[in-house]
Structure formats: C-alpha cells, structure tokens
Write a protein that binds this ligand. Structure first.
Ligand SMILES: NC(=O)c1ccc[n+]([C@@H]2O[C@H](COP(=O)([O-])OP(=O)(O)OC[C@H]3O[C@@H](n4cnc5c(N)ncnc54)[C@H](OP(=O)(O)O)[C@@H]3O)[C@@H](O)[C@H]2O)c1
Length: 324
C-alpha cells in the first residue's frame, strides 16, 4: 500500500509518498481501506514533533478517515468486512489503508458521503463536546468563536446556532468573516484590527459574551477574557497561533468566570457512552441539514504536502480533505 510517510520529525515538505507492506493485523484490530482522510491542524504539529503524541518513525500523519472495513482481527465484534465507517486514528490516515481498533470507529450514516465523513468526526466531535459538556451553553446565550473560519471554528458556529445560541464570529480577514457569516454567525469581528474589545462591548450591549471558544490562543486570550460576561465560560481548545497564553488569574476573579479545558480525545476514552450520544445527535442534526460541513478543497493523497501547507499558511476556510 502507499502512504505519505514522515521519517523524521521536521518540516511538512519532508513527507514522502512511498510503497510499504500492509501492517499485520492483531487480535482486536480492524483494517480500513481508506477512501478519504481529513486534514487537521494536529497533522502539522505531529509531523513537526510538536504534538502531545510522538509516534515511532516512520509513520503517516492523518487523524481521521472514512472508508470500508477490509479485514477484522480475532475477537472483533460489531463490525464486519464491507461496513462503511469513519475512524479517528490519531495518525496513520494519509495512506491507502490504516489499522485501528473498533473503539475508534463510527458507522458512516447513509446520509453522509465519504468525503464529508472524512472531515467530520474530529471537528464536530470536539466542538459539540466543548459547547455541550464543557460550557453547558444555553439557548439565548452569546458565544464568541475565535478562528471562526477554521475547522473546529465552523463546527462551533453551526452547532451553537443549532442549539439556539447567538454567535459572534471572530477571524483575521474580511473574507473569512464573510465566510463565517455564511455558516450562520449573527455578528462578526476582526481580531487583527484595532477596537476588537470595543466592538465586542458594542455587540453585547456592554454585558460581555457568555461563552468563548478559543482554538487560537496567543495574544488573543487576554482581550477576549476581558470581554467575558459574569458567569462566563472560556473554552481552551487549542493554540493554532503557536503560543500558549498565560491566564491572568485576577481576571477570572473579577469576571466570576471559568476557564475550561477541552480535550476531545481523552473525553472519548473516558466517557465513551456520552460520546456515542453526542454523535447520535450530530448525525441527526446533519441529516436534518441543521449542520452543514464545508469541504472547501480536496487534494489527492500524493499532494498531502500541499494540503498541509495551505492549512499551516492560514489559508483554509472550513476543511480540506485528501481523497485516496
Ligand atoms: N482540544 C481538542 O480536543 C482539539 C480538537 C481538535 C483541534 N484542536 C486544536 O484546535 C486548533 C485549531 O484546529 P483547526 O483544525 O480548526 O485548524 P484550522 O482549520 O487551521 O483553524 C485555525 C484558525 O486559527 C487561526 N490562526 C491564528 N493564528 C494562526 C497561525 N499562526 N497559524 C494558523 N492558524 C492561525 C486561523 O484563523 P485566522 O486566520 O482567521 O486568524 C485559522 O483559521 C489547533 O490548535 C488544534 O490542535 C483541539
């Protein structure tokens, strides 16, 4: 099989498409013939050796795929050869096949095509968990989404709207803000321009926002936290800016707010039943057309480097998917 391999941690340009033997299948494992693979920010980090997981080299990046079950190992129940599935694999997805375990699989609903399914689980799973379990967002509350035109940002806008919240989308350019509006945002604000806090104040009648969804971090945290309403929840989702901000503890006191961490992968492992219910609801919302994943670009597997460069260059709106 062919795979886009990382042989040593380093720049994404060093990835190489190579033939390699299929991995042996152990008991309890499932082999998936990959149809498509979602491209996510952690794929860049894992290749550069900056992610919380550091796989043995060589490995293929690629944290989520859609495809068909090609082989099941001994002791596997619940899945059989030919099943249409989607899987979150941490890595290994930029390849023609991937071996994983059944707890990482979801059945692909017939209402979702393979390309959409490859880019769905990680972003929508994260944003649903963040807004529902971590923030307990309520209808009528105001949500500020940072990095709103990116993968998890778009999912957060659409889910929050489906849950009855008012959404302020924040991003770094006019075309990303226009795109965020198309995803359902009620208001938009450019966080690279002066007057970011004033605009948030104006949009909330001086009250501040109830929930902040932050996958960007860096310098954005301080002014955003200062724009929080009483009893607010600040969701720490990621650090796409490359910088982990320090939290001014006095602000949490003054605002009476909570800073809440979101770690979807660990949540899945710790609370699989809650997670299964989340996806039941997400698939329902998708079938009802109330959430609409946006795959803005697809690339063939051989061009995975280009796909990662677009993502790292801050040029993606919605999601990129590799077709295999
Ligand atoms: N906690 C979890 O469980 C979890 C799960 C999934 C993802 N994440 C994390 O969430 C973050 C976003 O992931 P994603 O897939 O949504 O990424 P993405 O599609 O690339 O979106 C990230 C957004 O961040 C903004 N950004 C600001 N500074 C940036 C920089 N220096 N480089 C790149 N982007 C920058 C960009 O918007 P502007 O250009 O508009 O500023 C971009 O749209 C990542 O850090 C990822 O690791 C966390």
């Amino acid at each position: 099989m062919r795979a886009m391999l990382c042989k040593a941690f380093g720049p994404i340009d060093d990835l190489a498409l190579e033939e390699m033997p299929s991995a042996a299948l152990a008991a309890g494992e499932v082999r998936i013939k990959v149809a498509a693979c979602g491209v996510n920010f952690p794929d860049v980090l894992i290749v550069e050796g900056k992610y919380q997981f550091k796989p043995d080299r060589p490995f293929a990046p690629g944290g989520e795929v859609s495809g068909t079950v090609a082989e099941v190992g001994a002791d596997v129940t619940g899945f059989k050869v030919g099943d249409a599935v989607m899987a979150t694999t941490l890595w290994g997805g930029f390849a023609e096949e991937v071996v994983t375990t059944p707890d990482r699989l979801l059945r692909r609903p017939p209402t979702m095509d393979e390309t959409t399914a490859a880019g769905f689980a990680l972003t929508y799973g994260t944003s649903y968990h963040a807004l529902v379990q971590r923030a307990a967002i309520q209808p009528g509350e105001t949500l500020l989404v940072l990095g709103a035109a990116g993968g998890v940002g778009v999912a957060a806008i659409q889910i929050a709207k489906a849950l009855g919240a008012r959404v302020i989308a924040a991003a770094g350019s006019a075309d990303k803000l226009a795109f965020a509006r198309e995803q359902g945002a009620d208001e938009v604000v450019n966080y690279t321009e002066d007057g970011y806090r004033d605009r948030l104040k104006e949009l909330t009648g001086g009250r501040g926002v109830d929930v902040i969804y932050d996958p960007v971090g860096g310098d954005l945290m301080d002014p955003s936290l200062r724009s929080m309403a009483w009893n607010g929840r600040y969701l720490v989702v990621g650090f796409a800016s490359g910088e982990i901000p320090k939290i001014p503890a006095n602000l949490t006191l003054l605002k009476g707010c909570a800073v809440v961490g979101v770690f979807w992968g660990q949540f899945r492992r710790n609370e699989p039943q809650v997670e299964a219910e989340n996806f039941r609801r997400l698939f329902e919302l998708h079938a009802e057309d109330r959430i609409k994943p946006v795959i803005s670009q697809t690339f063939p597997l051989a061009q995975a480097r280009d796909a990662l460069a677009v993502l790292a260059g801050r040029k993606v709106k919605g999601k990129i998917v590799l077709t295999v």
